[in-house]
Design a protein around this ligand. Structure first.
Ligand SMILES: [Zn+2]
Ligand SMILES: [Zn+2]
Length: 472
């Protein structure tokens, strides 16, 4: 039996899910359901990304603990995914002990490798907030072009910056002028892994085009070593002496969630875990395009650095950005459609169909099926069983028999895309969703059936469009 890992990206737990998240993640559920139907052993895993500065800052502002803030959104995410029919085998959170323990073991081994070294660096520190600041929480003027900029990158001239080079550096939280303190951190020498990472992208022409293009660009620009640790209280403690007041940088632990979540999903069987992360498995990573470098550079660098011959990514399913009425979604401007609002007003399968059929990448696997459905409808209309019922009983029986066989097989074909409606139809016809030709015996009786999809009134669509316009 083939072992399949499908890793869905980890939404950051400091705000509600919007439709951009779902558009990027839904292909993962379709893949998981398809592989299960054809008989593969599937582990579809993901979770909520709970650590890092933005959650710590939000908690401070709301007078809550970071745990409270992230738990709140974690519960909301889990509920939305369940209502949308996401068939995760494990959906965990990075603040869970199973994840933290796994990450610490993984890092302990990583630190022994020749790819990890210590370095003393200046760190932005705000006296008034009594905290070290991540690069993008430093604001000031760009040393290259003079525009207002964040500490990591200047959006005006595109320069990659070090926060200590900014003119008049300020704290993004309180607005006061900040200072810099020396601090020692662990670094991973991603630059030393350049040839392995290059070989990985070169040997995977099946990755989405955007994933190949982005990854090659990063490599060509020269890979930079990255800090594995940071001065922040909220996070996973560093399993090394002398690092007691530091935590593991969020990017160096959240991607390891694919390992910790699948470790939990296989249960007590350590052998099954090795098999899932061994040579013969197949691994898919499903996410929006802004997550590409984390899955094609960072995760492989950590896996290679750890040295346990972990399976590297096979397929990168990275979606383009979803737009709303031609504009990019912006959560800071509240220009978004929230998943929980959609679920309160529409059926889950209607929402799924919309994203699969209208997503940034049109899915040919579903358009062909719907061409076939249109032909089947034509057949039904042409044969007019409601007329032949009185004039030619044999012809009527034959038409209905053919249509029922078509519906039975469509229900199986569509089950990865529209699981709720497919399940209803298969139940009415007394069939399973096994990936094989379906046959309904003539003379079978139907139980009471219901309408599968309700037509959405034009007025509802107009009202939704008005709501969006009102935000602009
Ligand atoms: Zn600039
Ligand atoms: Zn401050």
């Amino acid at each position: 039996m083939r072992q399949i890992l499908i890793g869905g990206a980890w939404p950051y737990a400091n705000g509600s899910l919007h439709i951009g998240h779902i558009a990027g993640l839904l292909p993962g559920d379709v893949l998981a359901r398809y592989h299960r139907a054809i008989g593969d052993k599937v582990y579809f895993v993901s979770g909520s990304d709970c650590h890092g500065t933005p959650i710590a800052i939000r908690a401070k502002q709301e007078n809550k603990t970071p745990q409270e803030v992230s738990d709140f959104y974690h519960r909301e995410f889990a509920e939305c995914f369940e209502r949308l029919g996401f068939s995760y085998d494990a959906y965990i959170k990075t603040s869970a002990n199973e994840h933290k323990d796994f990450v610490k073991d993984f890092h302990r081994k990583l630190y022994e490798s020749p790819f990890v070294y210590e370095k003393e660096v200046p760190q932005a520190y705000c006296e008034s907030c009594k905290t070290f600041l991540a690069d993008r929480f430093v604001l000031g003027k760009c040393p290259k072009c003079g525009s207002d900029t964040r500490g990591d990158q200047c959006d005006s001239c595109g320069a990659v910056l070090e926060p200590e080079t900014l003119i008049e550096p300020k704290c993004a939280v309180c607005g006061k002028i900040i200072g810099f303190k020396k601090s020692t951190h662990l670094y991973i020498a991603i630059s030393k892994l350049q040839s392995e990472l290059e070989a990985l992208v070169e040997s995977h022409s099946e990755w989405r085009k955007n994933a190949i293009a982005f990854t090659k660009r990063y490599i060509n620009e020269g890979l930079r070593d990255r800090a594995l640790t940071r001065d922040l209280e909220w996070g996973i403690s560093v399993p090394k002496e002398g690092y007691e007041n530091k935590t593991i940088y969020i990017w160096a632990e959240n991607v390891l969630g694919y390992l910790s979540a699948s470790r939990g999903a296989v249960g007590e069987n350590a052998n099954a875990f090795s098999k899932l992360w061994g040579e013969d498995a197949k691994h898919y990573y499903v996410h929006g395009k802004d997550n590409i470098p984390f899955h094609t550079i960072i995760l492989p660098a950590l896996l290679l650095g750890n040295g346990e011959a972990w399976h590297l990514p096979d397929q990168i399913v990275s979606s383009e950005y979803l737009t709303l009425e031609g504009r990019k979604i912006s959560t800071s401007q509240n220009y978004a459609i929230w998943v929980k609002d959609l679920l309160d007003n529409y059926e889950a399968d209607s929402i799924r169909y919309f994203f699969i059929a209208n997503g940034p990448e049109k899915k040919d696997a579903i358009n062909e099926i719907f061409d076939f459905i249109r032909n089947a409808n034509k057949f039904f209309d042409t044969e007019q069983p409601w007329t032949t019922r009185n004039t030619n009983k044999n012809a009527c029986d034959n038409t209905l028999y053919q249509c029922v066989q078509i519906i039975a097989n469509l229900a199986v074909l569509l089950s990865p895309f529209l699981p709720f409606s497919s399940e209803k139809v298969l139940k009415w016809l007394n069939l399973s969703n096994q990936w094989k030709k379906q046959h309904v015996e003539s003379g079978s009786l139907l139980p009471e059936v219901e309408i599968l999809f309700h037509r959405i009134d034009k007025k509802v669509i107009e009202a939704e469009t008005e709501k969006l316009k009102a935000i602009l």
